[in-house]
Write a protein of this length. Structure first.
Length: 324
């Protein structure tokens, strides 16, 4: 029940009943609602400023976790880049040096991925720059990994070729010479046994009894089996070892190979003789690299000790008379 209000009228000296109009009720109600609305807005502002809603708290937590995972991802990408850089340096400065191969140009390793619209689909996302940058780093890393994988494939091929090359290089003496007494004349200017003047001796001479086996000094293919009679090399054999190497074995007594035959190091290709312009039974042995005669004694490094190798070099350096 509503309370009835009175007021004291000084003219009549009586208490008169307060009459409330409808407009007064409306104004009072509007005032109350206005104050309530203002207070409500103030409370919401204060609460939203100092207190988080459950949804905001969840979003903030998710955002924090995303930032943490992004930082971990960035660190992992950087670690992978460092590992890739180490592999590239080892590839260029160790492996390719061993196999005498040129390093991969940096312009190839660091070349861009191409495609101006490669990340066009990502440009509608929030934090576009962050996402595109991460994808760009990953794509670049993938490309570097692909190039490095292809490089290792090349290295495997080079390693296989290197094995073949080591087998092909003329690395042993053409006859058995365990006592190191067979080397009669070395490479260089020597006195010719017939003309008695100094001439270039383009190989080394190993003296040995007629019929002593002569061995191929490296893997290769026989390209010449020839008999010059009483002239020059007499009966001689040439072997092409590949990689620019050719060896020649002269003044033979008999052949043990044919043209086109594949030869392994240590196989008997013929026998010591005294054919051609020779003054005593021996084998004249030459090593030719890229069409140029080089000192064969420099290649006598297999199956002998360092001391024996030094002794052979010393014997080959003596300026004496050649046997052919």
């Amino acid at each position: 029940m509503a309370r009835i209000k009175y007021y004291y009228d000084t003219e009549t000296c009586k208490y008169e009943r307060v009459k409330v109009s409808t407009w007064d009720v409306v104004l009072n109600l509007m005032g109350f609602l206005s104050v309530s609305l203002i207070l409500a807005i103030a409370i919401v502002i204060i609460y939203s400023t100092y207190f988080e809603s459950p949804k905001e708290a969840l979003l903030k937590k998710e955002n924090s976790e995303l930032v943490m995972h992004y930082e971990i991802l960035e660190k992992n990408i950087q670690d992978l880049n460092n590992m890739m850089l180490a592999l590239e340096n080892r590839d260029d400065n160790v492996y390719r040096v061993i196999f005498e191969a040129d390093p991969i140009p940096n312009s190839i390793r660091q070349a861009g991925m191409g495609g101006a619209d490669r990340y066009e689909a990502l440009k509608s996302l929030e934090r576009e720059e962050l996402i595109v940058d991460t994808y760009s780093k990953i794509d670049k890393l993938k490309k570097q990994m692909y190039i490095q994988t292809k490089s290792y494939d090349d290295l495997i091929t080079m390693a296989q070729n290197k094995d073949n090359m080591w087998a092909a290089i003329p690395a042993i003496q053409p006859i058995l010479n365990q006592e190191l007494t067979r080397l009669a004349s070395g490479f260089g200017m020597r006195i010719h046994p017939i003309y008695k003047v100094k001439k270039m001796h383009e190989g080394v001479d190993f003296s040995a009894p007629r019929g002593t086996p002569i061995y191929a000094t490296g893997d290769g293919k026989v390209i010449t089996v020839r008999n010059m009679g009483l002239k020059g090399y007499g009966k001689y054999v040439e072997i092409d070892h590949g990689y620019g190497y050719v060896t020649k074995y002269a003044h033979m007594d008999e052949f043990n190979v044919r043209v086109g035959q594949e030869i392994k190091r240590g196989e008997c290709i013929g026998y010591v003789g005294n054919s051609g312009s020779s003054t005593a039974p021996h084998v004249h042995y030459e090593v030719i690299k890229d069409d140029k005669n080089i000192n064969p004694a420099l290649y006598f490094f297999q199956d002998i000790s360092p001391e024996e190798y030094e002794k052979l070099l010393e014997l080959a350096s003596i300026e004496n008379q050649s046997l052919s």
